[in-house]
Design a protein. Sequence first.
Length: 263
Amino acid sequence: MVTVRLLPLFVVMFVGMVIAAKPARAESKTPLKLMTYNVNYANPDPDSALDAIEKADVDVVLLQEITSEWKKALEKRFDKQYPHRMYRIHTRAAGGLAVLSKHEITSEELFASPVTGWFPAERLVVDSPLGAVQILHVHLRPAVDGGSWIKGFMTTPPLRRREIESYWKKVAHDMPTIVAGDFNEDPTGSAVAFLEKQGLTRVGTSGPTTWHYVVWSKGTKSDLLKLDIDHVMVDQRLSAQTATVLDAGASDHRPVIVTIEPR
């Protein structure tokens, strides 16, 4: 009788040992390639932006300043290359967001800006080669005030800080996180500094600046202003060495591409 009573226990123990003996599934060594790109809602040559996106062929593309017209063009061009696509059209033409992904987007939500009238941010969870990764997709308040860039340079930094603080409170803090998009400030800005205090690292860029203000004089094009204002930042669970800025497209912004790996 004792042997009979113990038999189920022996079976459970044996099955447990067999399961334990199986090798654990190896983590994927495939990195995640991501692009952020403000395409400019009034881009004079949208096809050049679409060509740059198609040629880069990354895993996830984050796009800012998406309008209904841009959505139509993206849907036509990328219905096969990027099977997972999401769009958030905004009442202000420059406020729209889009995501193109080769991997499933398992969660998405929009956060309104705490600064009245400005652009929203988007939280995504993507089932990436690294596993589930959280992405905070941002387009922060432009550095212009009353039409003046000079005044805006002085008055808008606290507004961007307010935006990023608001968004950061709403993201999950128990999963690998990327913050990327158009920050509208250089690497020394207040929003970047806030995220650095939360343990994120800005990925340094190589190539030309991410933004440039072009002027024409006597048929010659030149950059009157140029700054790095589009950023990718990763938390301590992720690693990225360098982001490449592509000299492509006709937007005032350039595409930024980064390869991200687990730390």
